[in-house]
Design a protein around this ligand. Structure first.
Ligand code: NAD
Ligand code: MLT
Length: 553
């Protein structure tokens, strides 16, 4: 029975949906404030986890986890989750990217207005029984220039609001088209450096990356427009906090409003005692509406995933949509088996590999099939490999994977051809599906043949001369190995040839050596494949859940 762990406070709407998921046999428990061993142990006992930014799901927290399949971040930033570690373990990480956009944009605006009119300081002064109308002279937003760095969802929502406040909006984002900027009334500036001297207000709406870290630091103090007000509702560290203190002291910066900090929680900071500073404890998304939306969407993602296998808003994997899976299931099995086969044909270090689709398969979702081939190649060398993490693992190992497609049919309506460069050799195989689900080898090492792609195989190369098949059969017969099926392929009579035997028993090393020693035989190698119909665990799970979903619908 699938179970979910809730690791941060979730809105009651989200919890109600989790209660309702009991109808799908899903249970859940809420455990907030976990870390260290307690977090690792708790994560290992659940199939899904949902969190906000309060918990840190590090590689250590995931170490040795063989059960968790999905982590959902109810919010945007997934920087509290080690996605590399999750991917390596085949755990899908999803987020709810749009649920808190408007709330966060409004919070940026609240901070901008609050700074401009000294709202917090005037409030504190009046509560202190002072009626001081001169001390809190403000400025208006209309007519001022706002700079926005990061024009994604939140940045654009801030821009729209700023335009209706009659502000001039300048913006910088490497991925915003001039047409879209025009529509939003944003003047695009080509670098942050060019933007900084021009703006009265600066707000940032990017993730924290190597590029955005300390986007305003000590050096930038010299180019800021004097009196500028800086707002950060994105991530702590985009402004260098030491530079903010210095800029306020020098009077270069007129005001600072922060919702996020380099270290959170942050309850003590040199900025807190300074005038012109407005701070909130990471409240950008803390509205009833945003929390309800991210919780409902997040729980929906997790329950869908656990009941149907569908993946949406994955931040670490290609989406495995059950409908897409449906169209290529047989080919996923074929490609996975071709990967398993090639990996066993050579023990040299793999350098590169390729997969080519020909015929009708070329017009389907070949990306998934390619990932399945990669998963097959790696399955025996790496733990927990699947179609979510296989391509990344190949790349991490410096193994190039090239994909090609052509839709015109060859000898079969669909063929998947693969090769692997390992050591000094290139190994090639091609396969097709008989019916919808019976994988067959139709070419091996450049020779046409037809062999089952399941069970125990003996692949042997030889010279095309009389007596080879008899010799191999007799040798295995003497060792008590039954041959279920035999096929040979050659390109020219008398030339190089290859044979594939489907065996009922695994031959001993001595029996294989005896075959290899038969006159005319050049090499013999055992390849072990799963029995026909046995799917890889990642495909079996997704297939079972998508079937359950179809039955339920
Ligand atoms: P988004 O992905 O829609 O937008 C981010 C934008 O930043 C993208 O357009 C991207 O091109 C741009 N960008 C990336 N690197 C850049 C760079 N070096 N210079 C300029 N632009 C760059 O994300 P979003 O939903 O708009 O969220 C933005 C940020 O706000 C995220 O860091 C998110 O975690 C944070 N956030 C904070 C709160 C909060 O409670 N304070 C709430 C929601 C989101
Ligand atoms: C987010 O990235 O969604 C925010 O930081 C909101 C949050 O987690 O509270």
């Amino acid at each position: 029975m699938p179970s979910i762990i809730v690791l941060d406070t979730l809105s009651s709407d989200g919890l109600a949906l989790l209660d309702a998921a009991a109808a799908h046999g899903i249970t859940y428990e809420v455990k907030i404030g976990l870390k260290g061993d307690a977090l690792r142990e708790a994560l290992a006992q659940h199939d899904g986890a949902i969190c906000r930014s309060g918990v840190k799901i590090t590689a250590d927290a995931l170490a040795g986890n063989h059960r968790l399949k999905a982590i959902v971040r109810a919010g945007v930033g997934t920087d509290n989750i080690d996605k590399e570690a999750a991917t390596r373990l085949g755990i899908v990480v999803m987020n709810t990217p749009a649920g808190n956009t408007l709330s966060t944009a409004e919070h940026a605006f609240a901070l901008m207005l609050g700074l401009s009119r000294n709202v917090a300081a005037a409030d504190a002064s009046l509560r202190d029984k002072k009626w001081d109308r001169n001390k809190f002279m403000g400025v208006q937003l209309a007519g001022k220039t706002l700079g926005i760095v990061g024009l994604g969802r939140i940045g654009q929502a801030v821009a729209e609001r700023a335009r209706s406040f009659d502000m001039r909006v300048l913006g910088y984002d490497p991925f915003l088209s001039p047409d879209r900027a025009n529509e939003l009334g944003i003047e695009l500036i080509s670098t942050v450096r060019d933007l900084l001297p021009q703006v009265d207000y600066l707000t940032v709406h990017t993730p924290l990356t190597d590029e955005t870290r300390h986007l305003v630091g000590m050096k930038e103090l010299d180019i800021l427009k004097p009196g500028v007000r800086l707002i950060n509702c994105a991530r702590g560290g985009i402004y260098d906090e030491a530079a903010l203190v210095e800029g306020l002291k020098r009077g270069v910066i007129g005001g600072v409003a922060l919702d996020v900090f380099e270290k959170e929680p942050c309850t003590d900071h040199p900025l807190f005692g300074m005038p012109g500073v407005l701070v909130t404890p990471h409240l950008g998304a803390s509205t009833e509406e945003a929390q309800s939306q991210v919780a409902v969407e997040g729980v929906g993602l997790l329950v869908d995933f656990l009941t149907t296998g569908s993946v949406r808003h994955a931040v670490n994997s290609s989406a495995i949509d059950p409908a897409a899976l449906e169209g290529v299931r047989g080919f996923l099995d074929l490609a996975w088996r071709l990967g398993l086969l090639l990996a066993q044909l050579d023990s040299g270090a793999p350098r590169s590999c390729s997969i080519a689709f020909r015929g009708e398969i070329a017009s389907r979702n070949t990306k998934l099939v390619t990932a399945a081939f990669a998963a097959g190649l790696l399955e025996h060398s790496i733990e927990d490999v699947n179609i979510v993490n296989a391509e990344m693992l190949l790349r991490e190992r410096g193994i190039e994977l090239v994909e090609q497609s052509r839709t015109d049919p060859g000898a079969f309506s669909s063929v998947v051809a693969v090769d692997l460069v390992a050591g000094d050799h290139v190994h090639r195989a091609a396969g097709t599906l008989f019916g919808h689900s019976m994988p067959r080898i139709v070419q091996l090492e450049g020779h046409r043949l037809e062999a089952y792609l399941d069970g125990i195989l003996l692949v042997f190369t030889h010279q095309d001369v009389p007596g080879i098949i008899g010799g191999v059969g007799t040798t295995f017969g003497q060792s008590g190995v039954n041959i279920a099926q035999m096929t040979v392929g050659r390109s020219t009579p008398g030339g190089d040839a290859i044979g594939v035997l489907n065996l009922d028993q695994e031959p001993s090393a001595a029996a294989v050596a005896a075959v290899a020693a038969c006159p005319g035989v050049r090499s013999a190698r055992v390849v072990k494949l799963p029995p026909a119909g046995q799917l890889p665990s990642w495909l079996a799970a997704a297939t079972a859940s998508s079937r359950t979903a179809h039955r339920g619908s």
